[in-house]
Design a protein around this ligand. Structure first.
Ligand SMILES: CC(C)(COP(=O)(O)OP(=O)(O)OC[C@H]1O[C@@H](n2cnc3c(N)ncnc32)[C@H](O)[C@@H]1OP(=O)(O)O)[C@@H](O)C(=O)NCCC(=O)NCCS
Length: 387
């Protein structure tokens, strides 16, 4: 396996956009190419991370993006892995470059859903669950994560106020992210008084429906060398881990953990020969506040049932011992499904290069990303290091 690097990465602003998926994807791709100091012709292949482009009556985005970049002969196919499509596409590019098939690849994640009304968007998203047993029975993602939250509260005594702390922190972090969906500071009371979406989860416990795109150029060490010093901001993908889990929650013995995250983290830490103590900050999949707490426990940063207290104590804030989601996370930066896992890489790229402005994590050198598909049917974990 050869070493693989992120040469450059960039994102559009997340939120409600008037642009189409193809326009968003092209904007992010062009920015990433410029950021990488390469020409489109340097790209040998690509992956598009996307889950719902059919909502715009447009599948098969790969050729459209490559044609828009002026390289129609370059192959690009879609990776769909629900909300973990982005990290799954990064993983597949890592495999391809690591195996020596390609030297330079473009990974672009994109989603455009704000044209859908809430019921339609919720229904489309529920196609990522085990639809026969969950979505079709009315158990959409807020309901499924509500069940996970309820199980965690019952088993570990986690409170609704402790869940609210996650939202308060991530909204605060997003204040310093110009590309975030929300720039709105909130309090625990705001969360507690917001409308119930799926008890115990309320409006401010949920990520929004976001549009947006994020893009990363991945390359081999040989490619970096050929760039003759024009790749000073490249970061190394130290390790990748990926695993699956049951599609449906009722097939699991314990709702307070996502086994795919446990297994993906185990693979990534083993490949990197590192552990949680080596990580300077994390971007985790906080699609609902409970998901951030479960992530921190699944990834081994806190013992079971302890992440809520740690969050309450401020340990996961930017200045704390385990900074989590300095970007604002899915909760406040936003969750354009296909883009999310690639967007986490953009945050890592900016942080490890000391370019995160007011949200910069001091002396950040090693970072971890965690991107979950649905309620854990899939998960990919990556570890990055500044060269
Ligand atoms: C929570 C949810 C139902 C709210 O949707 P909605 O009721 O249609 O909300 P609207 O779009 O009508 O927005 C109403 C207001 O709430 C705000 N808002 C919407 N979602 C929000 C969220 N998740 N957090 C904070 N504010 C939110 C809007 O900005 C808007 O504010 P404004 O009136 O000041 O402009 C929706 O965001 C949701 O389902 N989120 C989860 C998405 C999901 O499941 N993703 C997959 C995860 S696995």
């Amino acid at each position: 396996m050869k070493d693989v690097f992120v040469l450059g990465a960039a994102t559009t602003k997340y939120g409600k956009s008037l642009l189409s998926a193809r326009e968003l994807a092209l904007e992010a791709s062009k920015k990433a190419i410029i950021e990488s100091n390469i020409k489109p012709n340097d790209i040998q292949a690509g992956f598009v991370a996307n889950a719902f482009s059919l909502a715009e009556k447009q599948g098969h985005l790969g050729p459209i993006i490559m044609s828009g970049l002026g390289i129609p002969d370059v192959p690009a196919s879609t990776i769909e892995s629900a909300c973990s499509s982005g990290a799954s596409a990064i993983r597949e590019a890592w495999v391809n470059i690591g195996a020596g098939i390609y030297d330079c690849m473009l990974v672009t994640g994109v989603e455009k859903v704000s044209q859908l009304d809430t019921i339609t968007a919720t229904t489309y998203f529920s196609f990522g669950s085990d639809y026969i047993f969950e979505g079709a029975c009315g158990a959409s993602f807020p309901g499924l994560y509500g069940s996970i939250a309820r199980a965690h509260m019952t088993k570990y005594g986690t409170t609704e106020e402790q869940l609210a702390n996650v939202a308060v922190k991530n909204h605060e972090n997003a204040m310093f992210n110009p590309n975030a969906h929300f720039h709105k500071k909130i309090t625990v009371d705001d969360v507690m008084n917001s409308i119930v979406v799926a008890s115990p989860l309320k409006l401010f416990d949920a990520c929004p429906f976001s549009d947006g795109a994020a893009s990363a150029v991945l390359c081999s060490e040989e490619f970096l060398r050929r760039m003759n010093g024009h790749a000073s901001e490249a970061i190394k993908i130290v390790a990748s881990g990926r695993a699956g889990g049951t599609g449906a929650l009722h097939q699991r013995p314990d709702l307070t953990t996502l086994n795919s995250a446990v297994l993906a983290a185990r693979e990534a830490f083993k490949r990197a020969n590192l552990g949680p103590k080596d990580i300077d900050f994390l971007e985790v999949h906080d699609c609902f506040t409970i998901a951030e707490l479960v992530a921190l426990e699944d990834l081994g940063f806190y013992p079971r049932g302890q992440a809520a207290k740690a969050t309450e104590e401020g340990q996961t804030k930017p200045g704390g011992q385990t900074p989590v989601n300095p970007s604002g996370g899915l909760k406040a930066k936003g969750h354009p499904v296909g883009a999310t896992g690639v967007g986490q890489v953009v945050e890592v790229y900016e942080q490890l290069n000391g370019r995160a402005g007011q949200r910069q994590i001091k002396d950040a050198r090693i970072a971890l990303t965690h991107n979950v598909g649905a309620t854990g049917g899939s998960c990919a974990v990556h570890i990055f290091e500044k060269r």
